[in-house]
Design a binder for this molecule. Structure first.
Ligand code: FCB
Length: 447
C-alpha cells in the first residue's frame, strides 16, 4: 500500500489559537472577571494571571517560531482597551501593538478576534448585548482598534462563536449575564449580527483609508458540530436533530448570507449591510453531537445532551469524530469563500498525551481529504497553544500543546507540540504518524 505523505500547500497557515481573557489573564475590568469572583467557576478558580501571556508573549512567540507554527489567533480585550466608557487606554493599545509587531517580526500570520465572549463591565452593567447602545459602543471600540492595528493583522474575526454567549448567556443562564429569556436571546441574536456588520464596515473603511489594494479578510469563528439523529428511522429524533442543527449550526451563518433574521429569532427582518458581509468563514469544530434529551435540563453542561456511550470521548466530554470535520467543511463551502479552521483541539489531561496526538492527526487527515476533494481551506489554528482558563471549567481542562508548570507558569511542551510542528513543516508523513499516533496509520492509509 502506498503511504504517500498528506501534503499541504506551501502557504498554508499552521497556527495555534487563544483568547486573550483565557491566556493573557489580568482582565480585571471585564464581566467575566466579576462573574468568576462570585464563585461561578467549577473548580473555584478565577482567571487571574491565566497563562500570563500578557507578560510572557515574547517567550511564547519565540517558542511558536522554534516549533514551526506560522500563525497565531488571539483576541484583543475590549475591557482592557476601553475600561470605562469613552476612555481608551493607551497602554493597552500599545501592548497589543507590540504583541502584533512581535508576531510580524517572526513571520507569524495574525488572526485577530475582536469579541471573544468577554465584555467590559460597564457594557455588561448597561445590559450587554441587549443594551440599546451596544452596537454603537462596539463600533467605536473596533474603530479605535483598526485605526491602530490594521496593518498588523492578516485575518479579522469579528466575533468568536456568537451562538455560545447567546445560548449559554441568555437561554441556559450559565454564562454572564445568566439570563433565561427567549425575548432577550432574540435581541442578542440581532445585535451580534449588527455588531458584526459594524466591525466589517470599520475594517473595510480602514482598508480604504490605508490604500490597501487587497480586500481585507473578514469573517467570524463559527462554532459548528456534526449533528446526527440518534435513530435516523425515528421521526422524533430526526426532528430534534433538524432543530438543533438549525439553531446551533446554521441560523447565524445563514443570516450572514441572506441578511435576514429567521424564525424563531425574528420574523425575517433584514439587517442592512449584513448579506454577504464576509470574505472567509472560520470553522471551530470539536465534536459530533448525537442528541439525547436529558431527564432534567442542566444549567449548562453540553455533555449532558450528548449521546456518547461506547464512543471516543475527549476530556471535555465531547465525542471525537473526525469524519464530521469533513462533513462540516462540505456545508461551510456552500458560503463560497475560503475557509480557515479557527479552532479544533482536544482536552487531554493525561501525562502521555496520546489522545491529543490521535485527535490531531485524525482531524488533520480529514481536513486534507476535504482539500483533496476541492474544498478551499487555507489554514488551521489548533486550540490551544497553551493550557489556559477554560471558562466554566477553570483550569481543570488541559487543551494546550504546551502545559503550564504549576507555580512557575513555565511552558512545558507536550509531545503533540513537537508533532504539530513536524506536521506544519512536512505534512502528515508515515514516519510522524508511526512515532506519535501509530494506531491511526491504518485509518489514514489503509491496511
Ligand atoms: C471554544 C471557545 C474557546 C475554548 C474552546 C475549548 O468553544 O471558543 O474559547 O474555550 O472552545
Amino acid at each position: 500500500m502506498d503511504r504517500a505523505p498528506l501534503s499541504f500547500p506551501e502557504n498554508f497557515i499552521w497556527g495555534t489559537a487563544v483568547c486573550s481573557h483565557q491566556a493573557e489573564g489580568h482582565n480585571v475590568h471585564s464581566d467575566w472577571w466579576e462573574f468568576e469572583h462570585r464563585g461561578k467557576i467549577r473548580d473555584g478558580s478565577v482567571s487571574g494571571p491565566a497563562s500570563d501571556m500578557l507578560n510572557r508573549y515574547p517567550e511564547d512567540f519565540a517558542l511558536m517560531e522554534k516549533y514551526g507554527y506560522n500563525g497565531f489567533r488571539l483576541s484583543v480585550e475590549w475591557a482592557r482597551i476601553e475600561p470605562e466608557q469613552g476612555r481608551f487606554d493607551e497602554d493597552a493599545l500599545r501592548h497589543y501593538e507590540s504583541v502584533l509587531k512581535e508576531l510580524r517580526k517572526r513571520n507569524i500570520k495574525v488572526c485577530l478576534t475582536l469579541y471573544h465572549w468577554v465584555l467590559p463591565k460597564w457594557v455588561a452593567d448597561a445590559g450587554g448585548w441587549t443594551a440599546p447602545g451596544c452596537v454603537r459602543w462596539f463600533k467605536n471600540y473596533v474603530r479605535c482598534v483598526v485605526r491602530r492595528l490594521y496593518p498588523l493583522v492578516d485575518l479579522w474575526c469579528t466575533l468568536n462563536e456568537p451562538t455560545a454567549p447567546l445560548f449559554a448567556g441568555f437561554v441556559m443562564g450559565a454564562f454572564p449575564p445568566e439570563k433565561r429569556s427567549w425575548p432577550l436571546a432574540c435581541k442578542v441574536y440581532g445585535n451580534l449580527l449588527r455588531a458584526h456588520v459594524a466591525a466589517h464596515s470599520e475594517i473595510t473603511l480602514q482598508a480604504r483609508a490605508e490604500g490597501d489594494p487587497r480586500q481585507p479578510l473578514i469573517g467570524i469563528a463559527h462554532a459548528i458540530c456534526f449533528v446526527e439523529p440518534r435513530n435516523p428511522h425515528n421521526p422524533v429524533d430526526r426532528k430534534i436533530h433538524e432543530f438543533f442543527d438549525f439553531m446551533h449550526n446554521r441560523a447565524f451563518v445563514e443570516s450572514m448570507q441572506t441578511g435576514k433574521i429567521p424564525f424563531p429569532f425574528g420574523i425575517g427582518e433584514t439587517i442592512h449591510g449584513l448579506a454577504g458581509s464576509y470574505s472567509f468563514m472560520g470553522v471551530n469544530y470539536y465534536y459530533r453531537m448525537t442528541l439525547r434529551v436529558p431527564a432534567k435540563i442542566p444549567p449548562n453542561d453540553l455533555p449532558d445532551f450528548l449521546f456518547t456511550e461506547g464512543r471516543e470521548v475527549t476530556g471535555m466530554g465531547y465525542e471525537s469524530y473526525p469524519p464530521g470535520f469533513y462533513q462540516v467543511f462540505k456545508y461551510m463551502s456552500g458560503f463560497g469563500v475560503p475557509m480557515y479552521v479557527t479552532e479544533n483541539g482536544c482536552a487531554d489531561a493525561e501525562q502521555d498525551d496520546v489522545m491529543r496526538r490521535r485527535y490531531l492527526v485524525r482531524h488533520i487527515a480529514q481536513m486534507h481529504r476535504a482539500m483533496k476533494d476541492g474544498m478551499d481551506i487555507r489554514g488551521y489554528f489548533q486550540w490551544s497553544y497553551i493550557d489556559n482558563f477554560e471558562w466554566l471549567y477553570g483550569f481543570e481542562k488541559k487543551l494546550g500543546l504546551f502545559a503550564l508548570e504549576p507555580g512557575t507558569l513555565n511552558r512545558i511542551p507536550r509531545p503533540s507540540a513537537t508533532m504539530y510542528g513536524l506536521i506544519a513543516r512536512q505534512g502528515v508523513t508515515p514516519e510522524i504518524v508511526r512515532e506519535y499516533a501509530p494506531d491511526t496509520e491504518e485509518e489514514i492509509w489503509g491496511a
